[in-house]
Design a protein around this ligand. Sequence first.
Ligand SMILES: [Zn+2]
Ligand SMILES: [Zn+2]
Length: 256
Amino acid sequence: MNLLFLGTGAADWAPEPPRPDYAPGEWRGFTSTLLADCVLVDCGPTVPAALARYGVDPANITDLLITHSHGDHYNPAAIAQLAAHGGLRVYADPMLLPELNAIAGVRATPLLVGQSESVGPLKVMPVCANHHVPRPDEQPYHFVLSEGETTLFYALDGAWLPTETWLAIRRLHFDGIVWDATIGDTEGDFRIFEHNSIAMVRLMRTTLIRQKVLGADAPVWLTHLARTLCSPHAELAAALAPEGLRVTYDGLRESC
Ligand SMILES: [Zn+2]
Ligand SMILES: [Zn+2]
C-alpha cells in the first residue's frame, strides 16, 4: 500500500504555507495521509495546498475517510474543494452525514464500529479511538485498512487503545501502523489522556509484537506531532530510527 504523508502536524501548527527553504519537519500541515494513491484520510484546511505542493491531482482522490470532526481533520471548505473535482465519496460518523451531504459533489456513507466498508481499492474497518470530541454522539475512529494481503492500522487521533479496540484487533496481523505521537518526548503533559507520547507508543508496540498482531520489523510511522511538545524533527528522527520508529514529515512517501 502506498502512503503519502500530506500533513504530519497536530492542531497547534499555524495553517500558513511553508517557506520553500523549510527543512523536513520544520513546518507541518495538519495530519492527513493519502493511501493507495486515491483514498484520503482526513481533510483539514492545509490539505488543498499540500496536494498541489506534492503533485497530487485532486481528481485522483475518489474517497475520503474522516477519523473525527476536530478542525485539523475535518474542514468542510477544504472537502468542498476536493469534491469539486468530479465528486467525492466521504465516509464518516453518522453524526456528520447531514452536513457532508450538503456539500456539492459529496456522497456520504456512515461508518459504524466493526462494520467493514469497501472504500476504493481498500477494505476499511472502523474501531473506537480513545479521543474526545465536543459532539456528544460522535464516535472518533481508528481504521484497519486492507489492500489485498496488506493490512495497515491507522491510529489517530487517540491515546491508549480502548479494550474494545484491542478485542477487535487481537486476531489480526498488521503490516504497518500510522500512530498518533502528539506528545512526542515530553513528560507530564495532560494531553496523554487523548493522545500518545512516544513512551506510550513504545509500550503498545511491544505488546502488539509479543501478541503477534504486529511484525517485529513492521514499519511504525509517528505522525500528528505537536509543535510545542516534540523535539526538533532531525534530532527526534535520528534518536528513534535505531528502534524502528519512523518520524514522518510532510511530503514523505512510503509503502508497506
Ligand atoms: Zn488532531
Ligand atoms: Zn482530535
